[in-house]
Design a protein around this ligand. Structure first.
Ligand code: ATP
Ligand code: LTN
Length: 329
């Protein structure tokens, strides 16, 4: 039987934090075993926010190195850069012609990004979700693992697939989300009401994948907690629940098991142990990450191979799309 296909991507916009990792790459590692997987560095999305070319160039290789160091296996998965496969932008244009401006105006990310980048509310920022739909639909994707913040974009991709199929005949697979039980929304360490975010005003908000053990320990020590002393998971304990989620995902122990261990113990001990868990995860990751970054040629080789595989698949889909739309004179 034909394997089902997974597609996901991360923008090369700088150092990732454990929220990004747990909401995305962490899930890819399980999926790549059973799905035909495509993991993309979405550089064309990243340029909707102004950045220096030299920074972008560096960030692209860094994200690819994160994929590899995390365990995305180039033998099993296709790793590539979005701009290397021009069919993404070609399909995005066609999809833009069936997207309503009113739909794009509803997108939370556009509203947030235009509020935080008032000086650069460009058309790319507005049509960003159309390009994301193209990324997904181009490969007949069945499943898209993304964090909660991307659900609205995925819903638009589903709607555009249905609309195109309705107007021009069955062409696109309707992609499904991948239900991440925990980790879809890791919250800020300094404010459990908001998601952990790279663009947070304080570095105490997040643990970066490149933070040293000392920095990790310090950030966790200073992470906010809730009222009451118990280390339990629940709505009334948003800060501790967030820490428990990180503990659970990185140690692979159940939340119930962790709760049990800390009955009668204090936050101090819990946070110190959590720091050990995080450091135990980060140390081998960082070793591999540094090793890959030293071998840029190897990364480029993987990306070139990935682009070759992706292009082949993309061309097949574009031929059908163009024929259906009457662009095949
Ligand atoms: P940020 O807000 O941190 O700048 P982002 O949402 O702008 O990140 P990306 O860097 O492309 O954008 O995110 C990569 C992946 O990480 C996406 O799948 C996104 O859903 C996920 N993600 C981002 N923040 C979190 C979080 N706090 N918890 C879980 N997943 C997250
Ligand atoms: N918009 C996403 C990144 C992204 C993506 C995609 C994710 C671009 N294209 C296709 C999954 C599938 C973000 O900001 N995190």
């Amino acid at each position: 039987m034909k394997k089902k296909r997974v597609f996901s991507g991360i923008q090369p916009t700088g150092a990732l934090h454990i929220g990004n990792y747990l909401g995305s790459v962490h899930n890819w590692l399980t999926l790549q075993k059973d799905y035909e997987s495509m993991f993309c560095v979405v550089d064309l999305h990243a340029i909707t926010v102004a950045r220096k070319p030299e920074e972008l160039r560096k960030n692209i290789l860094e994200i690819a190195a994160v994929y590899l160091a995390s365990g995305v296996d180039p033998e099993q998965s296709t790793i590539f850069v979005q701009s290397a496969v021009k069919e993404h932008t070609e399909l995005a244009w066609i999809l833009a012609t069936i997207t309503k401006i009113s739909e794009l105006k509803l997108m939370h990310q556009f509203k947030e990004k235009s509020a935080s980048h008032e000086e650069n509310i460009n058309a790319g920022l507005f049509t960003y979700p159309v390009l994301m739909a193209a990324d997904i639909l181009l490969y007949g994707t069945d499943v898209v693992p993304v964090g909660d913040d991307q659900k609205q974009h995925l819903e638009l991709a589903r709607e555009l697939a249905r609309r195109f199929n309705g107007q021009f005949g069955d062409t696109f697979t309707i992609p499904a989300g991948y239900a991440v039980k925990k980790g879809a929304r890791i919250m800020g360490l300094d404010d459990p009401a908001k998601k952990m975010s790279k663009s947070a005003s304080s570095a105490l908000n997040y643990i970066s994948l490149t933070d040293s053990p000392d920095v990790v320990r310090d950030k966790l020590k200073r992470a906010v907690t809730d009222s009451g002393k118990e280390i339990t998971f629940g709505q009334e304990k948003p800060a501790v629940s967030n820490l428990l989620t990180i503990y659970h995902l990185l140690s692979k122990r159940t939340i119930a098991d962790i709760e049990k261990e800390y009955v009668g113990k204090g936050y101090k001990e819990f946070k110190e142990d959590l720091a050990d868990v995080v450091v135990e995860f980060l140390t081998p990751f960082q070793k591999k990450y540094t090793k890959y970054l030293k071998d840029e040629d190897f990364i480029r080789q993987i990306l070139a191979h990935g682009a070759h595989v992706a292009t082949k698949r993309a061309k097949v889909m574009m031929e059908t799309v163009k024929a259906r739309a009457g662009l095949d004179y």
